[in-house]
Design a protein around this ligand. Structure first.
Ligand SMILES: Nc1nc2c(c(=O)[nH]1)N[C@H]1C(S)=C(S)[C@@H](COP(=O)(O)O)O[C@H]1N2
Ligand SMILES: [Mo]
Length: 331
């Protein structure tokens, strides 16, 4: 069946009108100020070209993958160029090409993650130590953004649950809260009050422990480019993309449901659970279909219009996490 492609969701539809207006105003100023800001940034990469074009010379390093093929999908994969140049990472700007353009000065190394809250083991850990015991896996996941576009991406990472268990969460640990790094000098988007910074997300502990939840360090066999959340980001394929928090610096086990950035910005529009659900429309647009950005056609205006599946097609694996819950209320 041929489905007509609805207009893509614009940023003006995603954020409340007042926030959007103010942001447009700020972005206008930003557009004027940007070249000066880049010149002023005489750090290590000051003035350098934006990172991660498809040029092999600028590709992030290759990763050694120990496990492949256990989680995959027959769907055509998204091209590297699209997955790394059509991004949401508001700390680098709100347009889809901003993260690739404005993340060149971000330094993902060295990196530490703070583990806090209701666990027997807490403290600050170097990323290498956090990952060392876990073999890197490649998993091809369907990804669905709340803006009704989707991609198919071969991630490289380790199961989130396996990492979390090593810290021995206590019985008080009912949720896991994640925080993105906040570096105004390297993240030009932080100057704008688009979201309540730093970016925050959370999962219920059983969701975090589910085998599909992945802590990703790469995609397409390579380390994450800055725009995709280097050096460490969350991937939760049955939820809307905004749950996939990037550049994680803090993980806290909490007793109460943690505050999340999108929920704080518009609680009526973005819930805590954010499970992909074609039956629950966003208040301002339908979630029944999606534009698939994948395959040779890659990014084109007509894309493939697909019917969106409950839990993004992962219902068989995850639906039991929500049995007895009213998913219209707990959206
Ligand atoms: N810190 C941070 N994480 C973020 C975002 C963001 O703006 N800031 N955007 C989210 C949204 S809305 C999506 S769809 C995914 C996009 O990931 P990708 O660019 O790798 O496709 O990242 C999510 N993680
Ligand atoms: Mo998204």
């Amino acid at each position: 069946m041929f489905l007509r492609r609805p207009a893509d969701i614009r940023p003006s539809q995603i954020t409340p009108e007042s926030v959007y207006r103010r942001r447009r105003e700020l972005l206008r100023q930003f557009a004027l100020a940007a070249p000066a800001a880049l010149l002023a940034g005489c750090g290590r990469n000051g003035g350098a070209a934006p990172a991660a074009a498809a040029d092999p010379a600028t590709l992030p390093k290759e990763l050694t993958i120990a496990k492949r093929g256990e989680y995959t999908t027959p769907d055509a994969q998204t091209r590297w160029q699209d997955a790394t140049h059509y991004n949401n990472y508001y700390e680098f700007g709100t347009d889809k090409d901003d993260p690739a353009k404005h993340s060149g000065r971000f330094e993902p190394q060295p990196w530490t993650v703070e583990i806090a809250g209701a666990a027997e083991v807490t403290g600050r850990f170097a990323l290498e130590d956090l990952l060392k015991p876990h073999p890197l896996e490649e998993r091809v996941y369907r990804m669905r953004c709340v803006e009704a576009w989707s991609m198919v991406i071969p991630w490289v990472g380790v199961p989130l649950g396996a990492v979390l268990k090593r810290f021995k969460p206590t019985s008080e640990a009912k949720y896991v809260a994640f925080t993105t790094v906040r570096r105004p000098a390297q993240m030009p988007g932080l100057s704008y009050p688009v979201l309540d910074w730093p970016y925050r997300e959370g999962l219920r502990i059983d969701e975090a422990m589910h085998p599909l939840a992945l802590l990703a360090v790469g995609l397409y066999g390579r380390a994450l480019p800055n725009q995709n959340g280097a050096p460490l980001r969350l991937v939760v394929p049955w939820k809307y993309g905004f749950k996939g928090i990037k550049s994680i610096v803090r993980i806290e086990f909490t007793t109460h449901e943690p505050k999340t950035s999108w929920n704080l910005s518009a609680p009526g529009e973005y819930g805590f659970f954010a499970n992909v659900n074609p039956d629950v429309s966003h208040p301002r647009w339908s979630q029944a279909t999606e534009r698939r950005i994948a395959g040779d056609g890659g990014f084109n205006l007509f894309g493939n219009r697909l019917v969106t599946l409950p839990f993004n097609g992962y219902a068989e694996q995850v639906a039991s996490l929500y049995s007895g819950m009213d998913l219209h209320r707990n959206f």
